[in-house]
Design a protein around this ligand. Structure first.
Ligand code: ATP
Length: 319
């Protein structure tokens, strides 16, 4: 007969198992720890694969960057920034960086797999969203921005392509290659000066770029709120507020905040967009201290949103 283990022995065994699991979790992964599947996307400097971790059978999206290509195209700083920011984020509305590793030719970023892809795909499929979906998804973006800005990070390229959707249809924001970490030290100032000098170039996407960035001012938290205004407009109407035959004309409209609402645009959403698409970033809703993003959260358009439980709630069906 086996002698029953004492409580102490069980505790010792359990902590041994825990220690082994922790060691496994900490160990550096290699490409052999994953079975690579189909390509799920191509970026300008990376290929993203669907992959399964052998030991856990969990699915991940693995972003693979060719080192030589990164150096040749001078994109190294983008991947470094992306890693730096992703490592700071710990919120369900953002893609999580589970592991990183490299071999002699490539860098590998193992990311949460957002299996429903880009919000943009749904916008294209449905042409536009109804009010409940626009309210829900833009509210999730508001919460996400509140968290991100709280960490001193500006996304700088917020758009429906960079808002991915998880298994349970909540948002997972991605693409931090052009984001900016605000710092009060000299490094931050130096970066702003470099940016201010980089005339006629901006980071971000033409249709969502803010007037201050076009005017060679450094991006600020308000630049993400401008993009939010564009996204709310786009979700409800199916088209962008600032769009023209060419980029130059688009920029002309942006710097003057010159846009129109289509007929039938929800009045509360209209009021919100009008308070976000304001030329002076300091005057955008959500920017005034001390209430900050609370002013946005209290806007009439978000009446009925329970901000506390939003990440655990069931999203309205996108249809
Ligand atoms: P670039 O950074 O060059 O503008 P990108 O942001 O589109 O390009 P990636 O981040 O490399 O480039 O992603 C490429 C594509 O892969 C994206 O279009 C996206 O839809 C998809 N993708 C990226 N990460 C994930 C993820 N974690 N889950 C699901 N799909 C992803």
């Amino acid at each position: 007969t086996t002698v029953p283990a004492t409580g102490e022995q069980i505790t010792a065994k359990l902590s041994e198992a825990e220690a082994a699991a922790a060691a496994r979790a900490k160990a550096k992964r290699t490409p052999n720890d994953f079975v690579f599947g189909k390509v799920i996307g191509e970026g300008s400097y990376s290929t993203v694969y669907l992959a399964k971790e052998v030991s856990t059978q969990r699915q991940f999206a693995i972003k693979v960057c060719d080192k030589k290509h990164l150096i040749r195209e001078r994109k190294t700083h983008f991947v470094m920034r992306e890693k730096e920011v992703l490592m700071k984020l710990d919120h369900s509305f953002f893609i999580k960086l589970a592991y990183t590793f490299q071999d002699s030719e490539r860098l590998y970023y193992v990311l949460t797999y957002a299996c429903h892809g880009e919000l943009l795909g749904y916008l294209h499929k449905l042409s536009a969203f109804d009010v409940p979906c626009t309210r829900f998804y833009s509210a999730e973006i508001v919460l996400a921005l509140e968290y991100l800005h709280g960490l001193g990070i500006i996304h700088r390229d917020l758009k429906p392509e960079n808002i991915l959707l998880s298994e349970d249809m909540h948002i997972k924001i991605t693409d931090f290659g052009t984001s900016k970490i605000l710092s009060t030290d000299s490094e931050g100032k130096a970066e702003n000066q470099v940016e201010a000098k980089r005339k006629n170039s901006f980071v971000g996407t033409a249709e969502y770029v803010s007037p201050e960035v076009l005017n060679n001012q450094p991006a600020n938290f308000g630049s993400d709120l401008w993009a939010l205004g564009c996204i709310i407009y786009q979700c409800l109407s199916g088209s962008l507020p600032f769009r023209s035959g060419n980029e130059y004309q688009t920029f002309q409209k942006i710097v003057k905040a010159e846009y129109e609402f289509p007929e039938g645009f929800n009045p509360d959403a209209k009021d919100l967009v009008q308070k976000l698409l304001v030329v002076d970033p300091a005057l955008r809703l959500g920017m005034a201290k001390p209430e900050g993003m609370k002013a946005l959260k209290n806007h009439k358009f978000y009446e009925g949103i329970d901000w506390e439980t939003l990440p655990d709630s069931t999203p309205p069906k996108l249809m």
